[in-house]
Design a protein around this ligand. Structure first.
Ligand code: NAD
Length: 254
């Protein structure tokens, strides 16, 4: 039996599945990750552009240099095989909760219904002055930084480094991790906390933890039970086909 077939059986048998995703699951949709070759950090110093201190110090600069580009990438991106595979698992009747570190909304676009956006979303903007929330797609980003009708500067509704994750999102993520039988970890280097702790929570609660990533991560050999080495777009389609076949076999009583 291949490793894909073994994982397919685990998925087919699992009652509740939690999935932790990171920037890697969206790479094939055209959004580069932060770390590694081709990552955004090769061009942007995170200390200069990704901390809340840097943003508040000079919102115009952070918008012009990094956020404007990220918004363009997100607007053009479409769900890839990783996002679509997870949505299909749900369509096959599996209980799937996606905990994502991504801010691109691609899991929801693919059709996943239970998505926790641990690091917030780029789909909405919030006024630093009056707190009004607006849709990014409906906002004029021709002049940066964008402004609210009240004149205040708009920030994305994502979590900058140095900001706290919403306690309700953290609680729901912990609950999904502690309550699953199987956790899939797709496209994350597992360097950003507390997201990277979710596989540990799952493991301590007795779940199997399986990674899908082209290279080993901070979890490999320590927390995860297995690494399926490959891109999400390479691993997910055959995995889905194997899950479908396994569920059909189970249905026939095989
Ligand atoms: P990361 O950049 O630290 O790690 C990305 C991981 O994905 C690496 O381990 C890499 O080997 C792997 N990877 C690369 N290509 C892949 C592919 N095709 N399929 C599967 N895996 C692939 O990203 P992270 O762990 O998510 O943490 C960094 C932070 O980046 C997060 O806080 C997240 O909010 C933010 N981020 C989000 C986006 C997005 O929304 N799409 C993009 C960039 C960064």
């Amino acid at each position: 039996m291949t490793r894909i077939d073994r994982l397919a059986r685990r998925i087919a048998r699992a009652g509740r599945i939690a999935v932790l995703t990171g920037a890697g699951v969206s790479v094939e949709s055209g959004i580069p990750p932060f770390r590694g070759r081709g990552g955004l950090w090769e061009r942007f110093d995170p200390m200069e552009y990704a901390t809340i201190g840097a943003f508040l110090n000079d919102p115009g600069k952070v918008w012009r240099v990094m956020l404007g580009e990220l918004n363009g990438l997100i607007m053009r991106a479409r769900p890839g095989a990783g996002h679509i595979g997870l949505a299909k698992l749900e369509a096959l009747g599996k209980s799937v909760t996606v905990i994502t570190q991504n801010v691109d909304g691609l899991h929801q676009q693919a059709g996943s219904s239970a998505v926790i956006e641990l690091h917030g979303t780029f789909a909405r903007l919030r006024c630093l002055n009056c707190g009004a929330v607006s849709a990014t797609a409906a906002t004029d980003l021709g002049i940066l930084p964008p402004r609210c009708p009240c004149g205040g500067i708009l920030r994305p509704a994502c979590i900058f480094f140095g900001e706290e994750i919403l306690p309700s999102d953290l609680l729901r993520s912990r609950q999904a991790s502690a309550g699953c039988d199987l956790m899939l970890v797709i496209g994350t280097s597992a360097n950003v906390h507390p997201a990277a702790l979710m596989p540990l929570v799952a493991k301590q609660a007795g779940a199997a933890v399986v990674e899908i990533n082209p290279e080993p991560t901070a979890l490999t050999g320590r927390i995860s039970d297995e690494l399926l080495c490959g891109k999400a777009g390479e691993v997910m389609p055959p995995l889905l086909a194997a899950v479908q076949a396994t569920l059909t076999d189970f249905g026939r009583g095989a």
